[in-house]
Design a protein around this ligand. Sequence first.
Ligand code: HEM
Length: 467
Amino acid sequence: METNAIEVPTADGLPLLGSLLDLRRDPLGAYERARSEHGDVVRIVSGPPGLRTTIHFVFSAAGAQQVLAGQSANFRKDDRFSLEMRQTFGNGLLSSLDDDHIRQRRLLSPLFTKKRVAEYATTVCDEVDALCAAWEADPGRRPDLNEDMSRLTVRMITRILFGADAEQAEDVVRHCMPVLGTYTLRRGLMPLNLPRSFPTPANRRARAAQRELHALCDRLIEQRRRGGASDHEAGTDLLTLLINARSDEDTPLTDEELRDQVLVFLLAGSDTTATSLTFTMYLLARHQDVQDSVRDEVRSVLGGRRPTPADLDEVPTVERVLKEAMRLYPAAPVLIRRAVRSTVVDGHAIPAGAYVYVSPWVTHRHPSYWPDPQRFLPDRFRPEEESHRPRYAWFPLGGGPRSCIGNHFAMLQMKLATATLLQRYRFAEAPPRVPLEVGVTIRAARAVECSLSPVGHVSADILPRPR
Ligand code: HEM
């Protein structure tokens, strides 16, 4: 380690509890204050002596790049959260390590290229149409973006994974995933936990949810192995592609590994997209001028018809709006690592064994990269503006070898959904503030109601079809 590295400052806290109460009350605010008061690399200490947790936060773009990409070998996912994740959701791509991760990533990457995910466009648009049909069947109701985008993204990911068997999966997923998510988060936050085998109510509930999800996945995997797909759709679903995934260097995924990947895609691919879409539509409802200009662009390119992946390059403002919404509301507000060896990050000494957090939430509001950071200004993502910013000033999809494998897929879903919805409706009257629920991902803590009114004439082929 460099000898002239700076010692990392510690954020102020209470003598006995450190920053515990602050972190409980308002974790994202506490991280922001730590940066503005102490700089780009800060230690936050919380909890009473004996049960104390120390976290090194890295807030600069250069530091985030070092941790996630440049020196990623020094920062592994073997922190407490990842361990709990592995125990709950198995050894899938999100939390596997080293050779396991390299093999899984090699096998799965070909299924998530921009070209491959474009094949899911029709399914995505069908689900957006179904949502519109539900809204139109109940014209008096004010849509709740939080609930509706969450339902939409679960439907999209279950249809894509399980094809025609999505119906039987949707309820299980909507019921079981939150139980397991909350359980895993709580255990990850505690310095000490009772063993999972103890028959506490929380352990029992989690076990039951895990069993139900495993049974569903195992049944669907077995069905496909036997070639007994429910109908024509199941032959092309993502689960079938996972079963058939091969690479020259690797053995195919076993049934258990397949199940773990499915769980990971259900976990990583629904709440994240739901939060990003909720806040995109919310911000558009709050900024009518931006909404109008995006709608004008979409309508001039599509003329009322359904969007296809080929259209998306022609509507650059849709991407800018999504990127700006993901800047202000990055679905994963912090990314967690553990230092394998002592490393100097952005000039500061981080010791071996330290927990290291990088934070899209804070870096995305860093005044060095983002003038007037709290304002919603999609033009920040015009190419000429982007070229002046460091690469890791914006990283809602992570970076380096553990970056989001679903990035093309997520952007495709969100662009198709945003273009379709704006072409049909004006969104307005959203609340001025939306309180957040902060877990591994963020989401609106309560309903985000807005008003919806149809806009102008649309051609018959985009009118929603009843399901
Ligand atoms: C807007 C939506 C999404 C956001 C904001 C998002 C964000 C992220 C982030 C920040 C990471 C890196 C985590 C870390 O470094 O610790 C990640 C990883 C991952 N994401 Fe996404 N994600 C999204 C959508 C999806 C979708 C749709 C899928 C799959 C269907 C997916 C699957 C994954 C997987 C499997 C990983 C782990 C990759 C690895 O470690 O090799 N994500 N995502």
